[in-house]
Design a protein around this ligand. Sequence first.
Ligand SMILES: Nc1ncnc2c1ncn2[C@@H]1O[C@H](COP(=O)(O)OP(=O)(O)O)[C@@H](O)[C@H]1O
Ligand SMILES: Nc1ccn([C@@H]2O[C@H](COP(=O)(O)OP(=O)(O)O)[C@@H](O)[C@H]2O)c(=O)n1
Ligand SMILES: [Mg+2]
Length: 209
Amino acid sequence: MGTVVESANQGAVSLPTNKKVTVIFVLGGPGSGKGTQCTNIVEHFGYTHLSAGDLLRAEIKSGSENGTMISNMIKEGKIVPSEVTIKLLQRAIQENGNDKFLIDGFPRNEENRAAFELVTGIEPEFVLFFDCPEAEMEKRLLGRNQGREDDNIETIRKRFNVYMESSLPVIEYYNSKGKVRKIDAVKPVGEVFEAVKAVFTPANEKVAA
Ligand SMILES: Nc1ncnc2c1ncn2[C@@H]1O[C@H](COP(=O)(O)OP(=O)(O)O)[C@@H](O)[C@H]1O
Ligand SMILES: Nc1ccn([C@@H]2O[C@H](COP(=O)(O)OP(=O)(O)O)[C@@H](O)[C@H]2O)c(=O)n1
Ligand SMILES: [Mg+2]
């Protein structure tokens, strides 16, 4: 089931396209493997991957007027105001020819969640949730080596606090609506992807396989 993105009620983006889209939110703590698994899902299932963090980092690089504010918030592990992130997501959805999207790292708090729903009218098909212990996430982030300004132990601790206080309640919200597909993310990448595949493969194909 798709949802119509009504340009009339957006205000944020002036592109004229009204588009039916399928959206899956990909959530989990920092370092739980969201980006890694999204790459696999794109290859196997033809989705377009939109990482909220990547879009924000690209916005900093583009020299946008919000760049300094975004950069400061990311360095502090804080969540950027929804208005900014939603504009970037909307634009990416509307500019892309695909009609099915993985939205990775969003919504990260209640404000993100409610504003996205209000502005776009989009409800996710389901929420893919990568469940991973903090010690494992910390180890992965410290070894990520992507030159990110927020992958240092001080900022990592702040990000974990924000995750516990602001992001987990969003996952709980979707859980209460029966929309969460929880994956044990502590296993090696290939094993995690086997569990992910089971979520994306329709029941009838699972019987045939
Ligand atoms: N299942 C896994 N086991 C071990 N390392 C992993 C696993 N999944 C991802 N990684 C590594 O952990 C780091 C964080 O992964 P990433 O996909 O960027 O997570 P996220 O987007 O959730 O922060 C990366 O260096 C990645 O290569
Ligand atoms: N919805 C979002 C997503 C990311 N961000 C910011 O971007 C940072 C990095 O997000 P990310 O999704 O790339 O991080 P990982 O979970 O992949 O490690 C977050 O810590 C926030 O500061 C945000 O403000 N709002
Ligand atoms: Mg990521």
